[in-house]
Design a binder for this molecule. Structure first.
Ligand SMILES: [Zn+2]
Ligand SMILES: [Zn+2]
Length: 430
């Protein structure tokens, strides 16, 4: 009898978990739930706070909440793995890492979805308006290569329909569907877009990647799989094709060999597009799909606008501009989007070919001042660029006059205006 009770207690203890045993939804499908969505369901079900959860996950004070954020955005893969292990122990759920890009964590860089460091939260208005107890936010919403809701086909939103503000990430299920500034209903307006065959192809590749990550497996894909693929491409394309396209493959292969450099999701899809294969084909047979046989069929050419051939050239010009500009150590750095505006390039694609310079620039840019200061500097810079093109600088040569004008119009000190005007002059040269 006593023994029976003891074994019953043991079996209860085995099944008992600290947190309710919620399962991650959509495992094995491209609509898998994201880890933050899962965590907000856990918080809503148990009523515990985010700080308490961070404690239980072993994230240390005083940075535990920041680290909870880092864990949820999965920027830090080691932290993520440790915390996911612990969360699985607490909830008894087994497949939580399938709600992240863990399966491809050795190949894809952490910043794999956006050019911005802070990716704005995105949502589907129809999904929000039909929200029920069975709803969750899919991992797919976090990838900005995906423009539309995989379920409804409408555009994903990233701004409040009423006040236009971006929404911060928020773990409260109750507050998530309301604007954090004006409290408007975020599901209020739905926007649609015309279907575009190439973008549709890209979206399908993103969904395939997500389905791959959503499928339970014992280990992440080893880096060698990517290395082998990109070296094969280097042999077949890099060697036989000059110009920006060949360069791009060569550079990628060199980075993979020397630094085991991870790539953005955009780069990975682009490499597949160059070779004319789908991401699924690459993952299934990396060596075979990098071979010259596929090069001869060159089916990928029709998919090339990622970047388009004309853009690939501009991207290289952009990366050179960026490096040349940094080399002269300008006193003021304008926003990178303004610096490269005339080249009409996708910023993320530029980052792909000049990662170090790009990140250095972004960091140096961000320490130039708080938001109001940056706004003033930006306005001074735009004024300076404007004055220089209008005045035909090489004719008048009167920098002092422009400095005074810029200081006046943008409301900055003369010394600052001088720095900004000098930088603008360098930009014009570069
Ligand atoms: Zn939807
Ligand atoms: Zn609002």
């Amino acid at each position: 009898m006593v023994q029976g009770a003891a074994s019953a207690i043991d079996s209860v203890r085995e099944k008992w978990t600290v947190l309710p045993p919620l399962e991650l939804r959509g495992v094995g499908t491209s609509l898998v739930e994201s880890l933050p969505s899962y965590v907000s369901r856990v918080l809503a079900t148990t009523g515990i706070g985010a700080g308490h959860l961070a404690n239980s996950l072993g994230l240390d004070l005083p940075v535990r909440l920041r680290r909870l954020g880092a864990f949820l955005t999965t920027k830090d893969s080691l932290l993520m793995e440790g915390a996911v292990d612990q969360l699985e122990r607490l909830t008894g759920a087994r497949d939580l890492r399938q709600g992240t890009f863990w399966a491809l964590s050795s190949i894809l860089s952490a910043i794999n979805q956006s050019t911005r460091k802070k990716v704005p939260r995105r949502w589907c208005s129809i999904c929000y308006s039909e929200w029920s107890g069975k709803s969750y936010e899919p991992l797919a919403w976090t990838v900005d290569l995906l423009r539309t809701c995989p379920k409804h086909g409408c555009l994903l939103s990233s701004a409040c329909p009423s006040c236009g503000r971006a929404q911060r990430s928020c773990l409260s299920e109750r507050h998530r569907r309301l604007c954090h500034t004006c409290k408007a209903d975020l599901s209020a307006s739905v926007a649609w877009t015309k279907p575009h065959p190439f973008l549709q192809w890209v979206e399908n590749q993103v969904l395939d990647l997500i389905e791959f990550c959503a499928t339970p497996r014992a280990q992440p894909v080893p880096y060698e799989v990517f290395l082998e693929f990109v070296q094969g491409l280097d042999r077949t394309i890099g060697g036989r094709r000059g110009g920006a396209l060949g360069d791009q493959v060569k550079q990628c292969a060199a980075g993979a060999r020397r630094r085991r450099a991870r790539v953005s999701m955009r780069s990975l899809i682009n490499l597949c597009a160059i070779q004319g294969i789908s991401v699924g084909e690459f993952l299934a047979a990396p060596r075979e799909t990098s071979g010259p046989m596929l090069f001869d069929t060159w089916g990928g050419l029709s998919y090339m606008p990622l970047p388009a051939p004309w853009q690939a050239q501009n991207i290289y010009v952009a990366s050179r501009c960026l490096k040349d500009f940094l080399r002269v150590r300008p006193a003021y750095l304008p926003p990178i989007s303004l610096l490269l505006r005339r080249l009409h390039v996708q910023l993320l694609a530029t980052r792909d070919v000049a990662e170090e310079a790009y990140d250095f620039y972004e960091d140096a840019y961000s320490v130039q001042g708080d938001k109001p200061t940056q706004r003033k500097l930006r306005s001074a810079y735009l004024n300076a660029m404007n004055a220089m093109s209008a005045k035909k600088l090489h004719e008048t040569g009167d920098l002092d006059h422009i400095v005074r004008k810029v200081a006046d119009r943008a409301g900055v000190a003369l010394a600052i205006a001088k720095h900004v005007v000098r930088s603008a002059a360098v930009v014009r040269e570069v």
